[in-house]
Design a protein around this ligand. Structure first.
Ligand SMILES: Nc1ncnc2c1ncn2[C@@H]1O[C@H](COP(=O)(O)OP(=O)(O)OP(=O)(O)O)[C@@H](O)[C@H]1O
Ligand SMILES: [Mg+2]
Length: 281
């Protein structure tokens, strides 16, 4: 069987938005959907309680799963949906689930955060930590824009964001907008030449994807400025923004580059952070 799409729920509205996003994606990609809720085992005197004794917590978890499954069933009938209640640390369990998943989807926040929190600990603990796509869904789905934004740095050795962006675009019949932002100190001469050369480099990087997927329309936006600002601005007219987990600009031990981190917080649409399945470093 092909790997399912996993979505985590915690009873929050953001998680239900994530369920709907994951459900549509499962339909587009002919995958099953697995809805997961993770319960922390109660601890007493340092010992976890017997699971069976923890009835109230389990029932509450089952209720959340049933609510999410009912929403999915109401929304569409063409996806096989299962639910699973798991015990442990939410981030650790979802990381483990991601190993055999096509993608992991979560809400940008959940039930615990304070007012104004933009990104909860679960999205932050997954993005860049697991191989493959982690999708963080902000709020309810907006109107369909028909555009997938991919953030690309032509200096990177690999471009996992392009794989996922082109797959999503093909599955949706959408176009891809490749965004690259660059900057030099104000007043420096020769910026026209740099802009042209950068545009050329981005197009060269894109060639294998445009060849492989000739049916997907592509626009290249090479803009002068900060990458997070450029990508978040583009996100206002996109259905999804896709970024890699890190570029060459971060220290090697960092799991999430500053651009991915910023986009996860401020994008106006769902964000996919894609780490290559096979590490190249
Ligand atoms: N116990 C859980 N089981 C499964 N998925 C969860 C669980 N808790 C959160 N999630 C997923 O993660 C998303 C974000 O929730 P998260 O817990 O990160 O934010 P929060 O509750 O606002 O803040 P905090 O980081 O303080 O918990 C939720 O929308 C949901 O998709
Ligand atoms: Mg939480």
């Amino acid at each position: 069987m092909s790997e399912p799409i996993i979505v985590g729920v915690d009873g929050s509205r953001a998680a239900l938005a994530a369920v709907l996003w994951a459900l549509d994606d499962a339909a587009r990609r002919a995958r099953d959907l697995r809805i997961v809720h993770v319960v922390a085992p109660s601890v007493h005197g340092g010992q976890p309680y017997e699971r069976a004794l923890d009835d109230a917590v389990r029932e509450e978890g089952e209720r959340m799963l049933a609510e999410a499954a009912a929403l999915a069933a109401e929304s569409r009938k063409d996806v096989r949906v299962s639910t699973e209640l798991l015990y442990g640390n939410t981030t650790e369990i979802l990381r483990a689930q991601a190993v055999d998943a096509a993608a992991v989807v979560v809400g940008s926040r959940g039930v615990d955060g304070f007012a104004g929190l933009l990104l909860g600990s679960v999205g932050l603990g997954l993005a860049g930590h697991v191989a493959g796509p982690v999708v963080v869904v902000h709020g309810a789905p907006a109107i369909v824009q028909g555009e997938i934004v991919a953030g690309v740095d032509p200096g990177d050795a690999v471009h996992p964001a392009l794989d996922y962006a082109f797959e999503e675009a093909r599955a949706r019949g959408a176009r891809v907008r490749v965004v690259h932002a660059w900057d030099v100190p104000a007043g420096r001469s020769g910026t026209e030449t740099i802009a042209q050369a950068t545009q050329e480099r981005v197009r060269t990087v894109l060639t294998p994807w445009t060849k492989r997927q000739p049916g997907v329309a592509v626009t290249v936006s090479v803009v002068r400025g900060k990458p997070v600002a450029a990508l978040c601005e583009a996100s206002a007219r996109a259905d999804l923004v896709v970024v890699g987990s890190r570029g060459r600009g971060v220290i090697r031990s960092a799991v999430l580059g500053s651009v991915s981190h910023g986009v996860l917080h401020y994008a106006a649409c769902p964000v996919a952070v894609v780490r290559p399945r096979v590490r190249t470093d």
